[in-house]
Design a protein around this ligand. Sequence first.
Ligand code: BGC
Length: 391
Amino acid sequence: MMKKINLIHLLTGAALLFTACHSGTATTAGGAKDSVTAHLPQVPDSANFKATIDGKPVGLYILKNKNKVEVAITNYGGRMVSLLVPDKKGALTDVILGYDSVKTYQKPKEPYFGAIIGRYGNRIARGKFTLDGKPYQLDINDGVNTLHGGFSGFFSRVFTAKQVNDQQLELTYISKDGEGGYPGNLTVKVSYTLTDDNGVKIEYTATTDKTTIVNLTNHAYFNLNGAGSKTITDNLLKIDADAFTPVDTTLIPTGKLQPVKGTPFDFTSFKAIGKDIGQPDEQLKNGKGYDHNFVLNKHDISQSVATVKSAETGIVMDVYTQEPGLQFYSGNFLTGKTNDGKGGAAYNYRSALCLETQHFPDSPNQPAFPSTVLKPGETYHTVTIYKFHNE
Ligand code: BGC
């Protein structure tokens, strides 16, 4: 009898230990409760992504490479749902925030987790712009401005999916003339490739039949400590940008390029994200933290423009892009109020960061910024890579 009880205790103890390691809560030094679902090496169940939305089939597509890196993408919004990369001990870690079911991606005010953003990434002041002398009005979905393509931006559109092979998925979508207020039928192709050297390569192509504007990006929320883990303020960040575009209180650029030197925006060498985030700085106040477009020094895909590192997991992410700007958003609007994240995680305040490669916000109203105009006969083509290794 005694033996049996001991065995039960032993088994219960082991089960508790397993649960504690894989999901649960922990109290940080500051006393805040963090949901600890880090290192949960799981791809969501594809059955939860089988749906018909807007009369189109939705599913979950898995890309894998020889290093066991795995990325799951749904054609609903072209969203990266999970991304498993090895940590310094070789254990697979999910580094992006997301949900276990396509239904949760459809909830109101969902923060664009992992989505393809279009037609226009980030904000356009008061949703207005003029092209060839003609005024256009877009959806006003963010205070007084338009954000991320409006109410039915690409984040909520069903793309047609074609899995080319184990490492490549092609997504296409035709955005009709007038959709969201934008002119021209826009044919968009986004191709995700998981490379042999652990890069998620995103290639965007678009053509139009009327002069229009386009600025596509991906809105993955990264936490290199593991998705559903604690804050990213201890992650180290480097951005190869000597200037950023300061914003007003509605996060619209003032039109100036402000040097980062001597400001909390200087990430020209590695710095913990939390080091200066609490400084009494007008720009940090406007963004409620970092929520700014950095003007990249180089953007020719051959060299990384930004790097993030987690000392905890040893995971390092390098960003490569052909875009002139990078929106660094420190997850200031995440609240952790719901626990509908993967594995029941609550995604807390600043528990992820976004590095959105893009043209600058409000470019259609800022003649000095690089142009986002696309004309019939031209092809919009741009590549961004998020590449992982260990240190
Ligand atoms: C914007 C933030 C916004 C976030 C999620 C980022 O690209 O810059 O202001 O809150 O997306 O909506």
